[in-house]
Design a binder for this molecule. Sequence first.
Ligand SMILES: Cc1cc2nc3c(=O)[nH]c(=O)nc-3n(C[C@H](O)[C@H](O)[C@H](O)COP(=O)(O)O)c2cc1C
Length: 146
Amino acid sequence: MKIAVRYFSRSKNGNTRKLAKAMSEALGVEALDISHPVDKDTDILFLGNSVYYEDADPNVKSFIDNLELEKGTIYNFSSSAIRKSTHSQIKKCIEERKRKGETGLKLSDKEFFCKGEFGLMHKDRPNSCDLMNIKDFAKNVVAAYN
Ligand SMILES: Cc1cc2nc3c(=O)[nH]c(=O)nc-3n(C[C@H](O)[C@H](O)[C@H](O)COP(=O)(O)O)c2cc1C
């Protein structure tokens, strides 16, 4: 089974990068930023991103616009300071592509979300508990395929 981890991290804290690295440790799969393409025959794509100005980042939207998966499922993981996860924004991008008939991309309803440090808010998040939780999330997703 082919598993990929891609992430986009914008803030200097690198919150999404920390989550992606924890996932990488748990799965033994390299976590790469979204400048790295994903193989078409990937089965599970963990996609890490965050909320900026109440939305998903344009770079992440563009990554999805160019993503080609033959059969795989995307699992979103994200963090934010105030808002909930980016799942609904990511879903919108995927549905837009489907409307154009471009793809059979699938987004799972299963996702990981935690608070992320932003200025004085949520100091040190993701913390060790968040990192443990995302490791469990990743392992559970993969275990369900076996
Ligand atoms: C430029 C900028 C804008 C942000 N806007 C929002 C926002 O509108 N709503 C929110 O809940 N969090 C917002 N945040 C907080 C981030 O979602 C949060 O800190 C996240 O963990 C950052 O992940 P990163 O370190 O991987 O970039 C913003 C952060 C930055 C840097």
